[in-house]
Design a protein around this ligand. Structure first.
Ligand code: ADP
Ligand code: ZN
Length: 291
């Protein structure tokens, strides 16, 4: 089975071919430019690939309401040319196959539930902490959209007592993304996160913010696994800091051994590593085929 996959990011696009075993057979990557240029690259990659379905996991916000005429479009974004862009319609004109369409983080959550850290579970949340912060929600065996789709990067967080940083979110200032995304770390400390040592105070502050969002997600959604991906989470020392802070916030209230005894296996990195996004799009394509 040959499934086309598109991981559409704000800085780069990755296109690939995957199969039902969660293997990637081929992939290409190119920078995200204006939609006409970028989509021409996408279309030329898939031209002779004979795929049976295509899954798209994309930056957003997006229209994911299949009853809407604007289904399959990017809604609001500052990226030149992409606001209101009819992404899926452009592809449908070229390739007559079933399509899966979702946010990049919902796709990653599905990929992880299919082949990764949440394999065999019917729920998980997937956070990416990267250039932005986003959250995908898989619950009762389905990706959650609700009114629009989850926007878990923009929840409010309580400020750390030793953090005076004003926050970078253009909408909210000091929301989770504004305080904890990669660019916020860089602005707060004057160097990229990747250059800060593992014992730098930055990581305790970072974990404090991430843990608040996770505790909220645990209380609201009761996921069976919490997966943290994105560039910032390459700092592996964040995991024990985040887990400890989540335990402190929950304070014994959620009485599941998964949390009270085995939190090391509950809040985890992506099982699919940096393939979570692309394989998530493969999983979206498989679902579109009814698999
Ligand atoms: P994107 O979110 O654009 O898809 P990434 O998930 O790779 O891409 O996130 C990029 C962000 O993560 C940048 O702000 C970068 O500074 C930060 N980042 C990447 N690698 C690391 C690292 N090893 N440690 C800390 N921050 C990192
Ligand atoms: Zn925000």
């Amino acid at each position: 089975m040959r499934i086309g996959a598109i991981e559409a990011g704000g800085t780069k696009f990755v296109c690939g071919i995957g199969n039902e075993s969660g293997e990637i057979e081929e992939r290409v990557s190119f920078p995200t430019e204006r939609p006409e240029t970028t989509m021409a690259n996408v279309i030329s990659f898939f031209r002779d690939k004979r795929v049976e379905a295509i899954g798209v996991g994309t930056f957003g916000p997006i229209n994911a309401d299949s009853s809407s005429p604007a289904y399959g479009s990017i809604t609001t974004t500052p990226k030149p040319g992409w606001a209101g862009y009819a992404f899926l319609d452009t592809l449908k004109k070229e390739f007559d196959v079933p399509y899966g369409w979702d946010t990049d983080v919902n796709a990653a959550a599905l990929g992880e539930a299919t082949w990764g850290a949440a394999k065999g579970l019917d729920s998980c949340v997937y956070y990416t902490i990267g250039t932005g912060v986003g959250a995908g929600v898989y619950a009762e065996g389905k990706l959650v959209h609700g009114l629009v789709h989850p926007e878990g990067g923009h929840v409010w967080v309580r400020r750390h007592s030793r953090d005076a940083f004003e926050g970078l979110c253009p909408y909210h200032g000091d929301c989770l993304e504004g305080m904890a995304a990669g660019p916020a770390i860089e602005k707060r400390w004057g160097v990229k996160g990747s250059e800060l040592p593992a014992d730098h105070p930055a990581w305790e502050i970072e974990a404090y913010y991430i843990a608040q969002a996770i505790a909220g997600a645990v209380l609201l959604l009761s996921p069976k696994k919490v997966i943290l991906g994105g560039g910032v989470m390459h700092q592996r020392q964040l995991f024990p800091l985040v887990r400890a802070e989540v335990l402190k916030i929950l304070n014994g209230y959620v009485q599941s051994p998964a949390i009270t005894q085995e939190i090391d296996a509950y809040i985890v990195p992506p099982g699919l590593g940096d393939n979570a996004g692309l394989l998530g799009s493969v999983a979206l394509g498989l679902r579109a085929l009814g698999r």
